[in-house]
Ligand binder design. Structure first.
Ligand code: FPP
Length: 252
């Protein structure tokens, strides 16, 4: 077991305190390929298993009353993977978005996308737009899932800077009004709260261009568990660990 897991593990039956849950969790869904390799399966089988885990964990967060979940589904760098793997991930996204479209009204959630969806296959791009549109009409939705798709944190900051620059040139913005708050509205996350907790399974200790602006004060939880094996019990462990931290935001 790696050193970051040597912290005190929750006692049996010790669950997270429902009154001190994070408002926003970010998850880097990593380890699908290794999970498949261990079983002698193609990498695409790992992504299929990872997508099932996504559904389980998304509903678990909703049931706990956590208002925002952001997942890293496809990065700006993931296009470098073999075409067959890219296309399998796109197919999974299509499948799960179609399911979400059907269920979001009844289950009270909405979906948004972080990233530049322009280069996606046209049919998937259209589905993303339809999902956002349908979600925006879900009355009283208390839960939002943000899917990072063709997302890179540096790319997000550059796109925001370009948009701000255009508004500056057109007179809608003034240099002296540029603050962290006004700039953040140009990011994909717009006005939603920053993630309190970022979880990365699979033993990697990197942020990999995931929400670099928004995670400035986030707590991090790393575990060796591969994403397809990530369960509500592992989420509980991460939440209990989070609740033991003292967050000072630069104060004392
Ligand atoms: C990282 O594991 C995972 C991805 C790049 C793809 C994640 C996609 C899904 C879980 C499926 C679709 C998503 C949704 C929201 C329905 P890796 O392939 O880098 O694993 P490895 O490091 O073990 O090779």
């Amino acid at each position: 077991m790696a050193f970051w897991n040597k912290k005190k593990q929750p006692e049996a039956g010790e669950g997270p305190d429902p009154s001190r849950l994070p408002r926003h969790i970010g998850i880097i869904m990593d380890g699908n390929g290794r999970w498949a390799k261990k079983r002698g399966l193609p990498r695409t089988a790992g992504h299929a298993a990872g997508a099932e885990t996504f559904r389980t964990i998304a509903y678990r967060c909703r049931d706990l009353g956590i208002p925002y979940l952001t997942v890293y589904a496809f990065s700006t760098e993931n296009w470098k993977r073999p075409a067959e793997e890219v296309s399998a991930i796109m197919d999974l996204l299509r499948k799960y978005l179609l399911e979400a479209l059907e269920k979001m009204e009844k289950d009270g959630f909405r979906i948004r996308f972080f990233g530049d969806i322009e280069p996606l296959p046209p049919e998937l791009r259209q589905l993303c737009l339809e999902t956002v549109e349908t979600g925006s009409h879900v009355a009283g939705a208390k839960y939002q899932i943000n899917v990072c798709l063709n997302y890179g944190g540096r790319d997000e900051i550059l796109r925001a800077a370009r948009a701000w620059g255009r508004d500056l040139l057109s007179g809608r913005q003034q240099v002296e009004d540029l603050t962290e708050e006004t700039f953040a509205r140009y990011l994909d996350s717009q006005t939603i709260p920053d993630p309190d907790l970022i979880i990365r399974p699979s033993g990697e200790l990197r942020l990999s261009n995931f929400l670099p602006w928004q995670s400035a004060y986030a707590e991090f939880y790393f575990t060796d568990v591969l994403w397809p094996d990530f369960s509500p019990a592992v989420l509980d462990e991460a939440l209990v660990d989070f609740q033991r931290r003292q967050r000072r935001f630069g104060g004392v």
